[in-house]
Write a protein that binds this ligand. Structure first.
Ligand SMILES: *Cc1c(COP(=O)(O)O)cnc(C)c1O
Length: 396
């Protein structure tokens, strides 16, 4: 017997739940492509993305997924043969580096753990050895969605500065922008990128890049530039050039509604909501782990992402849990990828999520653990409720 009917709930780390308000904003006719409505919409979004990235830098919107955003970021600042240092902490920075290698960069991966954040000291040490400054860019993710690691962006910036190294600092914020503090300017990030379908609650299909003055200078010399992604071309005053062709209108209608929701709630409040809900998930997982079959992938609490939690499963196939929550409860969990394939499942808690959604997902997992007789500490959901009761009391 299934109790899955009712609203289906995605607890996957992208795409995430799209708010009804965003869906409704997309349900309208197309506009003439150079109409005032589309020109104004594009301008308002480019301006508000600066607020979301916390930057005065130039912003760009692409009809592309996150991989497109990666390519956009690389192609605008690199030349063939440029050396790039990738700081590994799971799957995603490595994937970005693979893309750079495909495009003709000379890519070095600084090995990292799937269970811990990038070590800023190791970054400083590696950059000090690059006395000729061959390394043109350092690539890192803020949150690695595969490992559930959150990296310390300002600490890595300080490490680059401590080494006196001029490389561009390029940060992937796909699973973190709109989920946790991200301060492009205050932290000295030169190129930041993100995508629509995670913390930003919009349909997949839009990527965002922000580039500061130093990145713009590198752009001037870059020989990997191609017209579709090109910043100079997109900074043209002609509205049509801002999208290098027809604007992805309906995605922009949706994004406008999503960013309105974020700014109405307040960006800091959005971060705080994510932190509280992540705390609830962590409280539940800590309880379940007492049964010895489940455990956190990231042992150090401060290095656990506030948007996604991979949970290691010992001695059984994690699909047993995910199949149950989907088929019996209507909750779709994230399966594990990369090194964790077959060894873990992921609970996403990013974007359009609130207490009942997260408690519902945790409840479905706890049901699965009971129904499938997976050894676990009892009371995970109760621990999550307690964490929220303590942290999320109404403010006067
Ligand atoms: C999802 C994700 C990507 C890739 O986004 P796609 O839209 O699937 O191409 C890149 N980086 C991170 C950190 C992600 O979580």
């Amino acid at each position: 017997m299934s109790v899955a009917n009712g609203r289906a709930f995605l607890a996957t780390p992208g795409p995430t739940n799209i708010p009804d308000r965003v869906l409704q904003a997309m349900m309208r006719p197309a506009e003439e492509l150079n109409s005032g409505a589309i020109v104004g919409l594009t301008e308002s979004l480019l301006a508000d993305l600066k607020r979301v990235f916390r930057t005065q830098a130039e912003t760009f919107i692409y009809a592309a997924n996150g991989h497109g955003g990666w390519e956009a970021a690389l192609t605008n600042v690199l030349s063939r043969g440029d050396k790039v240092l990738v700081l590994a902490s799971g799957r995603f920075a490595v994937g970005w580096g693979e893309m750079a290698a495909f495009m003709g960069a000379d890519v070095e991966v600084m090995p990292g753990s799937w269970r811990a954040a990038v070590d800023p000291e190791a970054v400083a040490e590696r950059l000090r050895r690059d006395s000729g400054h061959a390394i043109k860019a350092v690539l890192m993710v803020q949150i690695d969605t595969a490992s559930g690691v959150v990296n310390d962006v300002p600490a890595v910036r300080r490490a680059i500065d401590a080494a006196g190294h001029p490389a561009l600092f390029m940060v992937d914020g796909v699973a973190s922008v709109g989920c946790m503090e991200f301060e492009m300017d205050a932290w000295g990030v030169d190129v930041a990128m993100s995508a629509a379908q995670k913390g930003l609650m919009t349909s997949p299909g839009l990527a965002f890049v922000a580039a500061n003055a130093k990145a713009m200078q590198a752009h001037g010399d870059a020989d990997m530039r191609t017209l579709y992604w090109d910043w100079t071309s997109r900074m043209n005053v002609l509205a049509y050039m801002k999208h290098c062709g027809t604007a992805p209108e309906h995605l922009l209608f949706g994004l406008r509604a999503a960013i309105d929701m974020i700014l109405e709630e307040g960006l800091e409040a959005v971060w705080r909501r994510h932190a509280l809900l992540a705390g609830a998930v962590h409280a539940a997982v800590a309880k379940w782990s007492e049964g010895q079959a489940l455990s956190f992938n990231v042992p150090e609490p401060a290095q656990r992402a506030p948007s996604v939690t991979p949970i290691l499963v010992n001695g059984l196939d994690p699909a047993i849990i995910g199949d149950f929550t989907r088929d019996v409860c209507g909750v779709t969990l994230g399966s594990a990828i990369g090194d964790l394939t077959g060894k873990a499942f992921r609970i996403a808690h990013m974007g359009h999520v609130n207490a009942p959604m997260v408690l519902g997902a945790l409840g479905a997992v706890e049901m699965a653990l009971q129904a499938k007789a997976v050894p676990h500490g009892a009371g995970g959901v109760a621990a999550a409720v307690a964490a929220l009761a303590e942290g999320a009391a109404p403010t006067a």
